[in-house]
Design a protein around this ligand. Structure first.
Ligand SMILES: [Zn+2]
Ligand SMILES: [Zn+2]
Length: 255
């Protein structure tokens, strides 16, 4: 499985892009940078996008990729998410007010986007990948994902603070090759992290110990707020007996 980082930050500047990752150039995890960070030919190749939750930094480029693909007469782009995430997208985003309803454009029978609901922890085939959504703890409904293909699994935390079920599922997942894990604020901003449902390095440290082999699991950190980038990186570098790497734009991994 090939993982490509398109956006890996918790905010945007000319050097930071919000969350978006590609697997085998076929499916995306979150849509924070699918047009700002991808050429048109790569936008056209996508079969599906897994959406962890409806916050703008994870869904914003669904608007622009839908518009581009509509003009390319591409196959419908599957937008997969849990029930409440899809409800918010339909009601508040593709609602013919904020943006056109691309689920009916150019026609209901050949739409630009197509919604697929992910029932929590029920394996679902999305673009040839076996996907399980696991509910995590954020300010709105948010899901992490466990994604398996050809016997190799990776996990994605979604936006979350301390949570339980996600770790139980990971502990029961065979051949987990990597975890994309959120961390957002420095330790001194713990209160802000707590009320916004995110991690600091301190809570990240405690959280990763819930995994049975934390020291061996390649843990790829994303969602750091640009304002706190160097501070969070320093605090993460001081954590012991973990296998951490802070993701950078354009990183690529073969897992
Ligand atoms: Zn969020
Ligand atoms: Zn976010």
């Amino acid at each position: 499985m090939e993982l490509r980082v398109i956006g890996c930050h918790g905010g945007e500047t000319p050097r930071h892009r919000t969350s978006a990752f590609l697997l085998d150039e076929r499916i995306a995890i979150d849509a924070g940078a699918l047009t700002s960070g991808l050429e048109v030919k790569d936008q056209a190749k996508l079969e599906a996008c897994l959406i962890s939750h409806a916050h703008l930094d994870h869904v914003r480029d669904l608007a622009t990729i839908a518009d581009n693909r509509c003009q390319m007469e591409a196959k419908p782009l599957v937008i997969a998410g849990t029930k409440d995430t899809l409800r918010v997208l339909k009601k508040h985003f593709f609602n013919n007010l904020l943006w056109p309803d691309f689920a009916t454009i150019p026609s209901v029978t050949e739409p630009t986007i197509q919604y697929v609901e992910l029932k929590p922890e029920e394996p679902t085939d999305i673009g040839g990948f076996n996907v399980r959504a696991v509910l995590v703890d954020h300010t709105i409904e948010s899901a992490g994902f466990v994604i398996e293909r050809h016997g190799v699994s990776i996990a994605y935390s979604g936006d979350t603070g301390p949570t339980e079920r996600f770790w139980e599922v990971l502990n029961a997942t065979a051949n987990l090759q990597a975890l994309l894990m959120e961390v957002s604020f420095p330790d001194r901003e713990q209160q802000l992290a707590t009320v916004s449902g995110h991690h600091t390095p301190k809570t990240l440290d405690a959280e990763l110990r819930k995994y049975k082999a934390a020291a061996d699991l390649p843990t790829l950190l994303y969602h750091i707020k640009p304002v706190f980038q160097s501070e969070v990186e320093k605090e993460c570098a001081a954590l012991k007996n973990l296998n951490l790497q802070v993701l950078q734009l354009r990183d690529q991994f073969v897992l």
